[in-house]
Design a protein around this ligand. Structure first.
Ligand code: NAG
Length: 344
């Protein structure tokens, strides 16, 4: 090869150069400058309408943790406010009530920026102050090699809860606080991310169906529940009705453990700290979708109180009026007693 000599221009060469310029042109004028995945340039129309589940998992974990950072810094600010009460300027927003919104900003827009075609449903809504979504960088999925798995954009609904257990957050009961992201495909909860911003150290539980699980989930041991007198976690805020329900289903020896936050309560079940999570009043799907994905991934059962699976497609709406049952070990047995109390 004579690298120093004159370059021979032939038809093939001209063709390649022309096509390259054409592609560059297309990329600059039609492409997405902030999309680092340059393979998009050559994507077929079919690929344009699909999304990689691996990319969704990576982004879901990242925005849950970024939301958690916002929640933590809002809490810190609030503590400073409390210490310097009376010395803050009039009109300064309450950092505690701001926490939901700031977390929403980074979570919702972080996802929307990367996946503009996907439906993202958040507990919170934008106000005009929400204008600085951060860029997403690649995060480490604990060194796990994950497969590329494409699904149709139209089948995907992402549910985000920028701050679960808001009331407890304001009361400084921080162990209950989570940020959550759930990716549902055709109404089924497939990817679940539950981040605990105030755990020491902070921890993120994530699962992707039967494909992958975080180390934090993998290391949880299966426990043997007390079938005769199960330990049941219920909401601190409305316990009356659900307590009755538990006693009808499992008898008077049932143990009731009050806690807050749907994300927290589901993880108590997954960790084996309690046997069952029961909820009898209305609950929103961003509260339970991520937990449902995690429960499914560890082969537990999560349904409404009639044993029906929840539909997490956007068309089904955000409200679940049917209550919640969740268990991992002996889940089918427990569910039978709930749906058919005469079995006890
Ligand atoms: C029920 O579970 C909670 C949370 O793990 C625990 O603190 C409590 O001791 C349990 N109750 C009984 C009676 O085992």
């Amino acid at each position: 090869m004579n690298l120093g000599g004159t370059v021979k221009i032939n038809k093939v060469g001209v063709c390649i150069v022309t096509i390259s310029f054409l592609l560059l042109f297309i990329y600059i004028f039609i492409g997405h400058p902030d999309d680092t995945n340059s393979s998009r340039l050559l994507a077929t129309p079919d690929e344009e309408n699909r999304v990689n589940m691996k990319a969704l998992l990576v982004a879901a974990k990242e925005v849950a943790e970024k939301g958690g950072q916002q929640v933590r810094s809002a809490r810190k600010l609030a503590d400073m406010h409390i210490q310097s009460k009376g010395k803050t300027k009039e009109g300064v927003n309450d950092p505690v009530t701001d926490a939901d919104f700031k977390s929403h900003c980074v979570m919702y827009h972080g996802l929307k920026k990367k996946f503009p075609k996907l439906k993202v449903i958040s507990e919170e809504h934008d106000t005009n102050e929400c204008n600085t979504p951060p860029s997403l960088d690649v995060v480490d999925m604990e060194g796990q090699t994950l497969p590329d798995l494409m699904v149709a954009n139209e089948d995907v609904t992402i549910w985000i809860d920028p701050l679960d257990a808001t009331k407890e957050f304001t009361e400084n009961l921080l162990q209950y606080v989570t940020t959550m992201v759930c990716v549902a495909v055709k109404g089924k909860p497939i990817i679940g991310v539950i981040h605990f911003p105030f755990a020491e150290p902070q921890v993120t539980y994530w699962t992707w169906g039967n494909v992958a699980r975080s180390e934090s989930v993998k290391k949880l041991a299966r426990t043997k529940p007390n079938v005769e007198a199960p330990n049941i976690t219920v909401s601190m805020s409305h316990t009356g009705e659900v307590q009755k329900l538990a006693q009808v289903a499992f008898g008077p020896n049932v143990k009731i453990t009050k806690a807050a936050g749907a994300g927290y309560k589901v993880m108590e079940v997954v960790k084996g700290n309690v046997d069952i999570y029961l909820h009898s009043t209305a609950i929103k799907k961003w509260d339970v979708c991520a937990g449902n994905a995690v429960i499914n991934s560890v082969l537990g059962v999560m349904t409404d109180l009639k044993g029906n699976k929840l539909d997490y497609s956007s068309e089904a709406g955000a409200l679940n009026n049917g209550g919640i049952f969740a268990a991992v070990s002996e889940a089918d047995l427990f569910l039978d007693k709930i749906t058919n109390p005469s079995l006890k």
